[in-house]
Design a protein around this ligand. Structure first.
Ligand code: F0G
Length: 464
């Protein structure tokens, strides 16, 4: 009898299968990406998404408390006693009218899915709890990733909170923000600062993991993406199980969009969701491989045969012209997204679009997000800037219901935030000037006052 849970190559003409406990995370036959696959006929998925509501009354059970594992019937690869949870996924969907005004949506139509509330401050914990669970199931003692800072922070937290594994993280030297570096160091990860950027680190970590038999937790690992599906389940839950018109998500390594596509594909297959949302992926203009390939070169999933010549040619041109990813949104400073084919598949299913936004647009949107309630890091604000652009273009209608994913917490990157609001031109120029950011349109500048009561009172009356 075949396994109920296994891994399967995403290439429809290959579809080679691999056992669930294999940790090579690439197709042995064609080298393609793998999905976690389920024989749903031999499992018990819910008959209605409403069934999940009953879990709220059982929150004393850590698996029902977790915003990931309370949906475990839709990612059923682990026996309950194997699951490693640290209380991830307690995140909220916030109606955001102030930000909606900036974006151009009608009142009540813009929502922010705030993933910064996770234990390590980013959406990565959704995926890490799943990968970590799988790592434990296969008996791993060491886990590694390349990271722009959030995956590494998440891995470091899981390792330190459970004491079960040693975290080994590869980061580009000078390429991750201080908040994230602080997390890796504080949580005791072995931090390898590579003389290179994320794309270099991603290549190296794969070589090293293979050679040393270290468990890889980057989003090439399909178990990571199983956990990230639940971001969409929570969005649906908050909207009473009705899909919004649009999901707008920043794109870096393209793990999230791939996970979202798989979530919707499975919900459709299981008859649990009739209408799917459209998905918009937003790149930073300085790291825009996906928007270039999709928009400019019209690369599509094409029933599992995306045009490899165009993709290879694009990467060769980057190489020849020595173009490296460069953006203030360091989380998405990536030119070689490893999940590209899966992301194309997701956009095919969800009638998706891709755009890029400048660092100026990102930081202005970020200031608006902060002023409108919940704060986020620069990469997250790309979603809001992208939604605004798509409304201006008429792709998104003001009456559409739009959910932007705020992927990471505001405190992840205080340097960018403080530079934007700074009164000090030197700080602004040093951090933002060379990124093409010219103005801090929505800056909230600190007011300088002498240490004098009358002057302090005068300043407060003047500015408030
Ligand atoms: N937003 C934030 C805050 C991120 O940290 C990342 C990715 C993304 C968006 C992009 O998500 O890769 O699924 O398209 N950060 C990875 C890391 C690469 O190493 O922390 P994606």
């Amino acid at each position: 009898m075949s396994d109920v849970v296994f891994q399967r190559c995403i290439n429809p003409t290959c579809q080679a299968t691999v056992a669930a406990d294999d940790t090579s995370f690439s197709c042995p036959s064609c080298g393609g990406l793998l999905d976690v696959a389920y024989d749903w006929d031999r499992l018990t998925p819910p008959r209605s998404l409403r069934e999940f509501e009953a879990k709220w009354s059982r929150r004393s059970d850590p698996l029902d408390f977790s915003g990931v594992w309370r949906f475990r019937e839709l990612l059923p690869f682990a026996a309950p006693d194997k699951i490693m949870t640290i209380g991830e996924g307690q995140t909220i969907l916030q109606k955001a009218d102030i930000v909606g005004k900036y974006v151009g949506t009608n009142p009540g139509q813009l929502f922010l899915q705030y993933e910064g509330m996770n234990p390590s401050g980013s959406f990565k914990d959704n995926g890490m709890t799943a990968a970590f669970t799988h790592a434990r199931m296969v008996g791993a003692r060491r886990a590694a990733c390349a990271s722009t800072g959030n995956t590494s922070a998440s891995l470091a937290v899981f390792c330190s909170a459970t004491g079960l594994m040693r975290a080994i993280i590869f980061i580009g030297s000078g390429k991750i923000s201080y908040g994230k570096l602080a997390q890796a160091l504080d949580h005791g990860a072995l931090t390898v600062q590579l003389a290179g950027d994320f794309d270099d680190a991603m290549q190296r970590v794969q070589q090293v993991s293979r050679k040393l038999g270290i468990y890889l937790v980057n989003s090439l690992n399909p178990f990571r993406l199983e956990g990230q599906k639940t971001i969409m389940f929570r969005v649906l839950e908050a909207l009473h199980w009705e899909a919004p018109d649009w999901i707008v998500v920043p794109g870096g390594n393209l793990g999230n969009v791939s996970a979202f596509g798989k979530a919707f594909s499975e919900l459709k297959h299981l008859g649990l969701l009739k209408r799917l949302p459209r998905i918009a992926v937003i790149n930073a203009a300085g790291a825009n491989t996906f928007s270039q390939l999709f928009d400019r070169f019209a690369v599509r999933w094409n029933a599992g045969k995306p045009d490899g010549n165009i993709i290879d040619g694009y990467y060769r041109a980057l190489e020849a012209e020595k173009i490296r990813a460069a953006t203030i949104a360091s989380a998405i400073e990536i030119n070689h997204p490893v999940n590209l084919p899966k992301a194309l598949r997701a956009l095919d299913l969800c009638d998706g679009v891709v755009r890029d936004v400048t660092d100026q647009e990102i930081l202005d949107a970020k200031a608006k997000v902060g002023a409108g309630g919940l704060g986020c890091e620069p990469a997250s604000a790309a979603s809001v800037a992208g939604a605004r652009k798509l409304i201006k273009e008429g792709v998104i209608a003001p009456s559409d219901r739009v959910v932007c994913i705020l992927t990471g917490h505001q405190l992840k990157d205080p340097t960018a935030t403080v530079a934007y609001h700074s009164t000090d031109q030197k700080t602004f120029d040093e951090v933002l000037g060379h990124r093409g950011v010219r103005r801090a349109t929505y800056a909230n500048r600190a007011v300088q006052v002498p240490n004098d009561l009358d002057e302090i009172i005068k300043a407060i009356e003047l500015y408030s």
